[in-house]
Ligand binder design. Structure first.
Ligand SMILES: *Cc1c(COP(=O)(O)O)cnc(C)c1O
Ligand SMILES: [Zn+2]
Length: 405
């Protein structure tokens, strides 16, 4: 039996088939992202959910549905199987007693970007890539640097100067070539694009959705949610959306599980959550458009979702349409207040992006879009510890001989 049942790559827009056995970027016909396809009939006869239950608690337990062919090519730091926690007190407060949080803060590198990096780096190395480059808002660059180091690859990372500082340090610690640009991720993207073009194939472009396997790592969040709920799905999943890879991935995973016959019933309604300072998907959704337009002056404290024009916008909007989902924007003030509310009521120090998804859950409950008895999953995509500046501290400094009463 094969370790992976990957069969080919297919363009997400025009359907053109591409060879999965060499490094690939965008569709050569239309320039859109490529999606990995599997021989699901073979998976279905080779594997059952019961077999999975005996495997190690990391995302490689789903290896038949992942692209790495040789188990020896797997680069892992133990990522995956993050907790799916009840949020009873906070849930009661916002009128959603069945609220759950999938906590991606508890994963190597401190954000769910580790999933995409583990699978993307493993497959790139398996296909012979030696050096990669990418623009990033911080967390992806940190994750690909660290996983790249473990796989023996070299990386060139370009990030905005105001990206979370810890992510720079993760890059430097792992020996990466790091550059800071006084601009947005889109500016970093142009610089990386030119480097790759000038390298004559020596540097692999690992930008978001410009290679097909990061999404495969991120889709495991969707498989895990189904497995953790006993091969059932929740009513609603809220996801803080930047490039949208996680949302597209969760949608893809649930489609694959449905085709395998492991889940049934209507799909969870997917919600793309953005910040009001950068909400191209929300604007396109509200206007009924199939693609987004670049957002001018993008700005939010939730740095991971500060993406002015996601390459996979049409796939995000399609996922929302196919699941009867929606798109919601929240202000920085709302998400920062929510971050403290979640920590105060639940003891969970979530990242600003995760806090945005909680704020959106509150709004959608208030508007009636989510019903009081529905089961709702919020993705907290990273650890609050990675963003020490989001909570100001004005604690009094005591003299050493002070007494408190
Ligand atoms: C990258 C990132 C996001 C957005 O993820 P996409 O899948 O690109 O939409 C959300 N939260 C955090 C913490 C991130 O690092
Ligand atoms: Zn195409």
């Amino acid at each position: 039996m094969s370790f992976s049942h990957l069969s080919h790559l297919e363009c997400g827009r025009c359907g053109a088939v591409h060879d999965s056995e060499r490094p690939q970027n965008l569709c050569v016909t239309c320039g859109s992202p490529l999606l990995a396809r599997y021989d699901l009939a073979a998976v279905r006869s080779a594997l059952s959910p019961d077999d999975l239950a005996r495997r190690s608690p990391d995302l490689w337990r789903y290896h038949e549905l992942l692209p790495v062919r040789d188990p020896r090519a797997v680069t892992t730091l133990g990522e995956g199987m993050t907790p799916l926690l009840p949020m009873a007190r906070y849930g009661e407060r916002i009128g959603l007693p069945r609220l759950l949080m999938k906590d991606e803060g508890l994963i190597p590198t401190g954000s769910f970007k580790a999933r995409g990096a583990a699978v993307g780096v493993s497959r790139a190395a398996e296909l012979g890539v030696k050096r990669l480059a990418m623009p990033t808002n911080g967390n992806a660059g940190a994750a690909w640097s660290l996983y790249g180091a473990r796989a023996g690859l070299t990386a060139t990372i370009v990030m905005p100067v105001d990206a979370p500082e810890i992510t720079r340090r993760e890059c430097v610690a792992s020996g990466t070539d790091l550059y800071l640009v006084d601009g947005l991720i889109s500016d970093a993207g142009r610089i990386v694009g030119e480097l790759v073009a000038a390298s004559d194939g020596a540097v692999f472009d690992a930008s978001t959705l410009k290679e097909p396997y990061r999404i495969e790592g991120k889709k495991t969040m969707g498989i895990e949610i189904a497995e953790q709920l006993g091969w059932r799905t929740p009513d609603v999943i809220l996801y803080p959306t930047g490039g949208g890879v996680g949302l597209i991935g969760i949608h893809k995973a649930l489609d694959e599980l449905r085709q395998l016959g492991w889940i049934s019933g209507p799909p969870p309604r997917l919600v793309a959550v953005q910040a009001e300072g950068c909400a191209p998907i929300v604007r396109a959704f509200e206007r009924g458009e199939r693609e987004s337009r670049p957002w001018d002056g993008a700005r939010t404290v939730a740095f991971g979702i500060n993406v002015p024009k996601p390459l996979g916008d049409f796939l995000i909007l399609q996922a929302l349409a196919e699941t009867s989902g929606t798109a919601v924007a929240v202000t920085d003030a709302e998400l920062l207040a929510e971050l403290r509310e979640v920590a105060t009521l639940e003891g969970a120090f979530v990242c600003p992006e995760g806090a945005a998804a909680f704020a959106a859950a509150r709004k959608l409950r208030a508007s009636g879009w989510i019903g009081a008895d529905e089961q709702v999953v919020v993705l907290n995509t990273g650890a609050g510890l990675k963003y020490p500046g989001t909570v100001p501290v004005d604690a009094p400094v005591l003299p050493v001989d002070a007494h408190l009463t």
